[in-house]
Design a binder for this molecule. Structure first.
Ligand code: GLU
Length: 301
């Protein structure tokens, strides 16, 4: 099924749930525009040591890789093509710090499996889309941050009673995105699960709603967004079973760019922008704003 249809299916379900007025269901709200901060653009900012920044400057805009089907994190509104969510706010904070106004960002949707290549071949200047920092990926790309810590979880249909942890996946069908850390973890640690993969999680969720798989696995932050869209049919089960520190992907050798984004994150965590952005987006899924994790200004050899 194509992503557009997927989003349509989820919206239809959300509407159906709202129309039925099920009690206890959170409203499937979008990010709350009135709460969103606007970020101070650093006019006159220069970063001549960064090839990525110089290229963007010459081009006149930044190209940022994101997700388009992850509610509260990175979601594209099919009606007007605008993007919203916590990752999008992080992308805007970074662009303001690099001297570009919000209108100076071109978003491009990149699936989990294609992120490293997109950064390596210059298709995007940076990437903000639930991107876990790990040693393997750090050999291919750089990471500013982390700016948030998620954990792997399980999404099931509301009437499912047999799945509470990844151990219960033996002989059951579980879906995740190709090239993701949750996919890898199931493959390595729970080999008796029947693992199915697609490019995106929204296709997995369609498969769950149509009884083709028994569970969807990825970060809890992502799963909660799908529950909010279809609270009458879906639930997150059990506890998170990994740590997924989210980083901003950058070209591996552009240390000046990576450290500029680390500085920007620290500043925006201190001045309250990070918290306001969280509250207006991911916070709507019901989890109060955590303390942002310490930033790792690592050295490369
Ligand atoms: N954070 C995990 C990862 O980077 C899962 C979410 C995703 O696929 O974007 O692989």
């Amino acid at each position: 099924m194509r992503p557009a249809l997927t989003v349509a299916l989820l919206s239809a379900l959300a509407l159906a749930a709202a129309a039925c007025g099920r009690s206890g269901s959170p409203p499937a709200k979008g990010p709350s525009k009135s709460l969103l901060p606007s970020y101070q653009v650093r006019h006159g900012f220069r970063l001549p040591d960064s090839p990525t920044w110089r290229r963007a400057r010459a081009r006149g805009h930044l190209v940022v890789g994101v997700k388009e089907d992850q509610p509260y994190l990175g979601e594209r509104n099919p009606a007007d093509g605008t993007f919203s969510g916590f990752d999008i706010e992080i992308a805007k904070m970074m662009s303001a710090s690099l001297g570009f106004p919000p209108a100076g960002i071109r978003y491009t949707t990149i699936a989990s499996a294609n992120r490293e290549t997109a950064l390596q071949n210059g298709q995007v200047d940076y990437y903000v889309g639930t991107y876990t920092i790990n040693a393997l990926r750090r050999r291919q790309v750089g990471f500013a941050g982390p700016y948030y810590i998620a954990g792997q979880g399980l999404l099931v249909r509301k009437d499912e009673t047999g799945i509470h942890s990844p151990h219960d996946l033996d002989g059951r069908k579980v879906c995740s995105a190709a090239g993701s850390t949750p996919y890898q973890r199931i493959r390595a640690d729970y080999p008796r699960a029947i693992l199915v993969s697609y490019d995106t999680y929204s296709v997995c969720v369609d498969n769950l709603l149509t009884f083709q798989v028994d569970a969807v696995t990825t970060d809890d932050a992502i799963l909660l967004g799908y529950v909010a869209k279809a609270p009458g049919e879906l639930k997150v089960t059990g506890r998170p079973f990994s740590k997924e520190p989210y980083g901003i992907g950058v070209p591996r050798d552009d240390t000046a760019f990576r450290l500029a984004l680390d500085d920007a994150l620290s500043r925006q965590e201190k001045n309250g922008d990070w918290r306001k952005a969280y509250r207006a987006t991911l916070g709507l899924s019901g989890v109060p704003a955590p303390k942002p994790p310490p930033i790792d200004r690592y050295r490369t050899s």
